[in-house]
Design a protein around this ligand. Structure first.
Ligand code: MLT
Length: 323
């Protein structure tokens, strides 16, 4: 008798979950951004949230949960119920590099379901205006001439700006002194104020300060110039040939989230990405939209796995110590 009741109970619960998933969402959805407000991740998430709420018919809230290079915020999302109401926003740093830097309490692939690949951008090498250099070559000469390493702002060990700094050290042989922040929004404020010397930053974060003349740009880490800032040379042109890094972003949900809920979130994000106003906002920030054939959840999963294979050896070789 027990077995029949138990089977009926399991069926009822599954049916109820399925039914709930079918009418998803029936309440606000939260995007956890693992960096401070005002930075590039926060900016992209808020642009998307504003448009996704139209498709989903529910509020889409952005919650900043910061610390440890973004791994605290991702951990919070991983621990949330797999019901689609909590989304993990992240990127090459949080959903690839963190796994090579920290002993994470979660697995970046096994504990998350990919939802959608988001826009990407090259990194940009920027300094405070007081640095006596007007070209990348002069910046490298200045860095080499210093008695002590220059202060480079990052969003914490394992963040995109930190990995970009490690990569910069590898290609130039120049040591940097990292100054960690809860995001590159606060780091940029200190760069403008002259409190730190440089950032290898997401272009989308620094580009408006470069345009305003409050910081100086030397190159973008790409083979081609930015369409939205053609005056900034590439690393290839400026003297660091082959120093290329593209920071792509994405959204994930906890493993076990129903497939139709993942599909519903994917559709809302894709509709946002295809909105001309959203595209314009992203492109003005120097962000490149993902290709149409890269917008399925699987495409993000494939990208994440390929980037783990690509970046982990360099990051592990750097033997990054995190307290
Ligand atoms: C990073 O450096 O990982 C991000 O740009 C940080 C942020 O989005 O604030």
């Amino acid at each position: 008798m027990h077995r029949i009741i138990r089977a009926a109970l399991v069926t009822t619960i599954a049916f109820a979950a399925g039914a709930r998933a079918d009418d998803f969402p029936t309440r606000p959805v939260t995007i956890i951004v693992p960096f401070a407000a005002g930075g590039p991740s926060d900016a992209m998430a808020r642009i998307l949230a504003e448009r996704m709420k139209v498709t989903l018919g529910q509020a889409v809230l952005v919650e900043n949960v910061t610390g440890a290079g973004g791994s605290i915020g991702v951990g919070r999302a991983v621990q949330s119920p797999p019901d689609g109401y909590t989304i993990s926003f992240g990127h090459l740093g949080t959903h690839v590099a963190n796994g090579a830097v920290y002993k994470l309490k979660y697995d970046l692939v096994a504990d998350l379901e990919p939802v959608v690949l988001l826009p990407s951008n090259p990194m940009i090498i920027v300094s405070k205006n007081a640095v006596p250099a007007t070209s990348l070559k002069e910046l490298l000469d200045w860095l080499k001439s210093r008695a002590s390493p220059a202060a480079a702002g990052t969003a914490g060990a394992g963040s995109g700006s930190h990995i970009a700094g490690v990569y910069f050290e590898n290609v130039t042989g120049i040591k940097l002194q990292y100054v960690p922040y809860r995001g590159t929004g606060p780091a940029l404020n200190d760069l403008v104020a002259g409190q730190i010397d440089l950032i290898v930053d997401q272009t989308s974060n620094s580009i408006n300060q470069v345009r305003a003349g409050t910081i100086r740009a030397y190159a973008v880490t790409d083979a081609k110039r930015l369409a939205s800032a053609p005056e900034i040379p590439t690393t290839d042109e400026a003297g660091l040939k082959g120093f290329h890094m593209t920071l792509w972003s994405g959204m994930w949900v906890p493993k076990g989230t129903p497939k139709n809920v993942v599909a519903r979130l994917n559709a809302a994000a894709v509709e946002a990405l295809n909105d001309p106003a959203v595209k314009k906002q992203m492109e003005n920030l120097g962000l490149e939209m993902p290709p149409a054939d890269q917008l399925t959840p699987d495409a993000l999963g494939v990208r994440q796995k390929a980037e783990i294979a690509k970046w982990w050896p360099m990051i592990k070789a750097a033997d990054i110590k995190v307290d």
